[in-house]
Design a protein around this ligand. Structure first.
Ligand SMILES: NC(=O)c1ccc[n+]([C@@H]2O[C@H](COP(=O)([O-])OP(=O)(O)OC[C@H]3O[C@@H](n4cnc5c(N)ncnc54)[C@H](OP(=O)(O)O)[C@@H]3O)[C@@H](O)[C@H]2O)c1
Length: 333
């Protein structure tokens, strides 16, 4: 970080196909002055999320990311100076800091964070990833002991926590991930009962072997063909927690949806529910208490993938979309 300068990464062009380094540019600006009601924050860690790519397509649960603006993204930051009550220099906050060294943001858009060691856990297990896994599996998926849970993007930040919570709650857990190594890691290190390598092909047949009693809860991070393969193997009254659709984010989304909608939903009396983790923020402390107790007892392993240097943020996102990461990927600024 250079003194007195705010390094920023701009999205210079919205990708029509796959995201590449040419879509970003690093630039320098003056460090902003906070206005009344704002705090100036220094960004410590930037969260890399599959959703960063989805925001480039258009407005979702947030405004679209536009070309020639600082790339949006969540981050953990430290307050440098404040013109807002309730925030003081040294406080740690979470907010949409963007990919840059400094940001001046309205205090109402910042959440004050507790002092936790390591700080990186505030972006992984105690951040959006952990809360999404917790509420998505238990509140939306309503997973119960003895049931079979299947989760896709299982070695990623959300998926790796979903599978472990499923095991803690007494479910049989099957993860779907790309590659032998990731699948081996899920079963050997994270305690998944079985793992399916979707890059090997024929997910339907592999799932049949891995989940012989059918699927009660499918935690869907990917959509597309994997959703179709799971739909066909759902048990009656099963639940599909629609968390994301990463197979559709990077490139031109496929026109056709999964076959079996709505026929299989009707016949099997399925519940398919989308959710956004922000809807559960009022109940956040309840989840954090449970997540903390599992982490401290060693029941829940936290996997983080920390990349050094703001300049490497575009490469880190492109790599995440290609499946480079295990667990929560973030950039240390
Ligand atoms: N609803 C909410 O509130 C909420 C909140 C947070 C995240 N999410 C969603 O949760 C999902 C996971 O996001 P994340 O940011 O935590 O990312 P992540 O799981 O850490 O990383 C993404 C992983 O997805 C896998 N992947 C990439 N392309 C794929 C494809 N075409 N088919 C199958 N798998 C593919 C890759 O692993 P492989 O090696 O296995 O391919 C990659 O490592 C995303 O859909 C995201 O939008 C939703």
């Amino acid at each position: 970080m250079k003194d007195g300068v705010n390094r920023q990464i701009l999205l210079v062009e919205k990708p029509a196909g796959k995201l590449g380094p040419q879509h970003f540019k690093m630039t320098e600006a003056a460090i902003p002055e906070p206005r009344e009601g704002e705090a100036l924050v220094r960004v410590r860690y930037i969260s890399l999320d599959a959703a960063n790519r989805a925001w480039m397509h258009g407005a979702t649960y947030r405004a679209a990311v536009e070309a020639n603006t600082v790339m949006a993204g969540g981050g953990v930051a430290e307050v440098v100076s404040s013109r807002a009550p309730g925030l003081a220099p040294g406080d740690l906050v979470f907010g949409d800091t963007g990919w840059q060294d400094y940001a001046a943001l309205p205090a109402r858009h910042l959440s004050k964070l507790p002092k936790v060691e390591p700080v990186t856990h505030l972006l992984s297990v105690y951040g959006i990833a952990g809360l999404t896994a917790y509420f998505g599996l238990l509140e939306v998926g309503k997973a119960k002991a003895g049931e079979t849970v299947v989760v896709s993007a299982a070695a990623g930040s959300v998926g790796s926590i979903v599978g472990q919570i499923g095991r803690i709650k007494g479910c049989r857990v099957v993860g779907i991930a790309g590659g032998k190594d990731k699948c081996g890691w899920l079963t050997a290190e994270l305690g998944f009962d079985a793992a399916v390598d979707y890059k090997e092909g024929n997910v339907f047949t592999a799932l049949k072997a891995a989940a012989p009693a059918g699927i009660d809860v499918y935690f869907d991070n990917v959509g597309g063909d994997i959703l179709e393969a799971c739909l066909a193997q759902m048990n009656n009254h099963g639940r599909i927690a629609c968390c994301g659709a990463i197979s559709q984010y990077d490139g031109v989304p496929s026109a056709a949806g999964p076959r079996g909608v709505p026929g299989l939903i009707v016949v099997k009396r399925l519940t398919m529910q989308g959710f956004i983790v922000m809807d559960y923020m009022e109940r956040r402390n309840e989840a954090l208490r449970e997540l903390q107790s599992w982490v401290s007892s060693g029941k829940l392993k936290v996997q983080e993938d920390v990349i050094e240097g703001l300049q490497n943020t575009p490469k880190a996102l492109i790599g995440l979309l290609a499946g480079e990461n295990r667990g929560k990927r973030m950039v240390k600024v």
